[in-house]
Ligand binder design. Structure first.
Ligand SMILES: [Mg+2]
Length: 271
């Protein structure tokens, strides 16, 4: 009898320990805070549709540039302004690193920039070489920090982009707003086109707005898209994501996840 009780007690203890172990291991299953980036990154890395969108953007940019040059006389030298990241260079391997390491920006960003290995996006080089041949000045206006100027220029040159000179690569010094840099270029140049993956690359009026206000400003400027504003796709990050968080970038990963889910406009079969 004693031995049966002992066996029962031992079994109960073992079962309890096993159950506890299961509960603990379940709650410790690492949840990748970058799971939402998987589809976005795959879209840019594997979807031919993303590549086609980029060709579409640069084909349109080439057409608009030629039209502007053919029909207008300019008092100042003509110029185009381009953002760099996700406009002409592909940083998706960095995003993939964040997914695989479960890290958040800016972990690893400096190391990625210093490698200067971001590839040119489809259509970018041909468009820029065309602009260069037409005598158009090219300005690379990016929010990469000015400390990365050397590696950024190295990467732009490696990608085969023209006019990669210090006075044509305008990185972030004090403010992420690009208006001052655009205005400085406009003093000496007629800006024919702006290209970017973030609406802040085009005009100050888009900056720090809610999702709804970004839509409203976009609607008010709709005639400019495909004309003097050429937009590239970026589902991985951008001001659009900040708008979802009300620009509280320091939210925890769980809070960001909740904010993203709350922003979804969903069908309800019960209603
Ligand atoms: Mg960009």
């Amino acid at each position: 009898m004693k031995s049966r009780r002992l066996i029962l007690l031992t079994t109960t203890v073992i079962l309890t320990l096993l159950l506890n172990a299961c509960t603990v291991s379940e709650s410790k299953v690492p949840v990748n805070k970058n799971e939402h980036l998987v589809m976005a990154t795959l879209y840019l890395q594997t979807a031919a549709e993303a590549r086609a969108l980029r060709y579409q953007a640069f084909n349109l940019a080439t057409m608009r540039l030629d039209q502007a040059l053919a029909h207008c006389k300019f008092a100042k030298k003509p110029a185009v302004i381009l953002d760099i990241d996700e406009t002409i260079l592909d940083n998706s391997p960095y995003e993939a690193y964040l997914i695989k390491s479960n890290q958040s920006f800016p972990v690893g960003w400096k190391a990625w920039l210093s490698k200067a290995e971001a590839r040119p996006l489809a259509g970018a080089r041909a468009f820029l070489q065309h602009a260069d041949q037409k005598g158009v000045d090219i300005f690379y206006v990016s929010n990469r920090k000015v400390q990365s100027l050397q590696s950024t220029m190295e990467n732009l040159k490696k990608a085969g982009f023209p006019q990669v000179r210090k006075d044509h690569v305008c990185l972030r010094e004090n403010t992420s707003g690009k208006e001052a840099r655009r205005q400085a270029i406009a003093k000496t140049h007629q800006i024919l086109l702006l290209l970017g993956d973030n609406l802040n690359d085009f005009a100050q009026v888009f900056e720090h707005k809610s999702v709804e206000k970004r839509f409203a400003v976009t609607d008010s400027l709709k005639a400019k898209f495909g004309k003097s504003f050429i937009v590239l796709p970026n589902p991985m990050y951008g001001e659009w994501e900040g708008a979802i968080y009300n620009y509280h970038w320091k939210m925890s990963a769980a809070q960001k996840d909740s904010a993203r889910k709350a922003a979804l406009r969903a069908f309800n079969p019960e209603e």
